[in-house]
Design a protein around this ligand. Structure first.
Ligand SMILES: NC(=O)c1ccc[n+]([C@@H]2O[C@H](COP(=O)([O-])OP(=O)(O)OC[C@H]3O[C@@H](n4cnc5c(N)ncnc54)[C@H](O)[C@@H]3O)[C@@H](O)[C@H]2O)c1
Ligand SMILES: O=C(O)CC[C@@H](O)C(=O)O
Length: 390
């Protein structure tokens, strides 16, 4: 029986896939896995019992992934599972920033007690004129799961689309329309674009990427959309660019009090991934990844360990070891098992940055003494018996 602790509301359709061998808990102090959405884990003490953390979503800036890697804990996310939901909200953001629909609707609602409102409409509507998207230039920053969908959708709206992503993956490149123009830097396009939309992760290199200097170069009247993370842009810079008239509108999924006080900010309460479909997709994928790791030791879609897949074990025992990526780890692990007269039937060793994972199928039952000896190897972080039969 495995225990999965949830730190946020998770789609029931997804959770139901855990099946009868799992207890879902919001309270247990010693779970095997943690499943969350945007809960901030940075100040949380992680129980020793936790083997895997499943982020039902894309961004992992709410999880100290390096710290957990150093504790031998695997963190996985759900790439692409909420991308369509975000894309659709970005299209809405483009329209809301272009047409004064929100002000228009608010004005109409304010007239609900006025029996003559229909006579005022034709006169008042002049205040709410906007601009069209067709023919305008848009820069899509970050061409991952979301950026690719947004870029392709913008093309189908008749926009001229520039994409910027120095680390674009082969998979993304295959999905991107060849009509998207390649930008070699953000600075190259910020002065040209009528719209900029951000789809990068929040990491040290992207924090405050739309800085004061860049906003000064912006085409006057720029509309900036941020459905990625608030800290990619600073409030002070948004304020200054609005005062100078360079920035006509900032659509953000991450508003705070300061931003909400500005007239040309459209603040959405982090609804990018909030559709039934996206919540279910994310939960299903995260549950699948957690089950693969707990039941088979396979790592799927990890952000702090290498992916590693050996299917279902057909030998009597399977052992999974998270360890540092340093010389002679495989040698020490295999010699330790050999000393205990345990034969290795199959094995996989993969590394990612400073950390590595070794998954071993062995031909006989392992004893706790053997596991103890593996745990004592310098650089080994966690050893798990995934299967152990006679
Ligand atoms: N508003 C929401 O509800 C919501 C939902 C999903 C994701 N997000 C945010 O959007 C981000 C992107 O999501 P995704 O699913 O497309 O992720 P992804 O990993 O598929 O794509 C991110 C892309 O950004 C690129 N990138 C990284 N650093 C860059 C840089 N300095 N300049 C340009 N490109 C850079 C990467 O190469 C990658 O292609 C997430 O990290 C998350 O913060 C928000
Ligand atoms: O879970 C959510 O609602 C938001 C998730 C989103 O910010 C993400 O990074 O995937």
């Amino acid at each position: 029986m495995f225990k999965v602790k949830t730190l946020n509301n998770i789609s029931q359709e997804g959770l139901s896939l855990l099946g009868g061998n799992y207890i879902i808990t919001a309270e247990d102090p010693n779970p095997d896995a943690i499943l969350l959405r945007s809960f901030k884990m940075h100040d949380m003490e992680l129980p020793e019992s936790v083997k895997i953390i499943g982020r039902a979503g894309a961004g992992v800036n709410n999880i100290p992934i390096e710290e957990y890697a150093a504790q031998g804990v695997v963190v996985v996310n759900t790439p692409g599972a909420n991308a369509n939901a975000v894309k659709e909200l970005v299209i809405l953001g483009l329209l809301l920033s272009s047409r004064k629909v929100i002000s228009g609707i608010n004005w109409a609602k304010s007239q609900q007690d006025n029996p003559e409102v229909d006579k005022l409409i034709e006169k008042e509507k002049a205040k709410f004129a906007g601009q069209e998207l067709t023919g305008k230039k848009i820069g899509v920053i970050g061409l991952g799961a979301i950026g690719v969908l947004v870029a392709n959708a913008a093309l189908s709206l008749g926009m001229e689309v520039y994409g910027y992503d120095p680390f674009v993956s082969v998979e993304s490149a295959w999905g991107l329309s060849c009509d998207v123009k390649r930008a070699l830097s953000l600075d190259e396009i910020i002065g040209e674009c009528d719209y900029i939309t951000l789809h990068v992760p929040l990491i040290d290199q992207t924090k405050n990427m739309i800085n004061a200097e860049r906003l000064k170069k912006a085409k006057p009247g720029l509309r900036l959309l941020n459905f990625a993370r608030g800290a990619l842009v600073s409030n002070d810079n948004i304020k200054a660019a609005m005062e100078s008239g360079d920035l006509a509108c900032y659509v953000t999924d991450f508003p705070d009090q300061e931003l909400l006080q500005l007239d040309n900010v459209i603040g959405i309460p982090h609804l990018g991934a909030s559709t039934a479909e996206s919540e279910e997709n994310c939960a299903r994928m995260a549950v699948h990844e957690i089950k693969e790791y707990l039941e088979n030791g396979n790592i799927v879609n990890s952000v702090n360990y290498p992916d590693c897949y050996m299917g279902i074990s057909s030998t009597p025992a399977r052992i999974g070891i998270t360890h540092k990526n340093i010389p002679n780890m495989v040698g020490q692990i295999t010699s330790s098992l050999a000393k205990d007269n345990i034969n290795i039937g199959d094995m996989l060793n993969k590394s990612k940055g400073e950390f590595a994972y070794t998954l071993l199928d062995v031909d006989s039952k392992v004893t706790l003494d053997s596991i103890d000896r593996l745990e004592k190897i310098a650089g080994v972080l966690k050893v798990r018996i995934i299967k152990n039969e006679n």
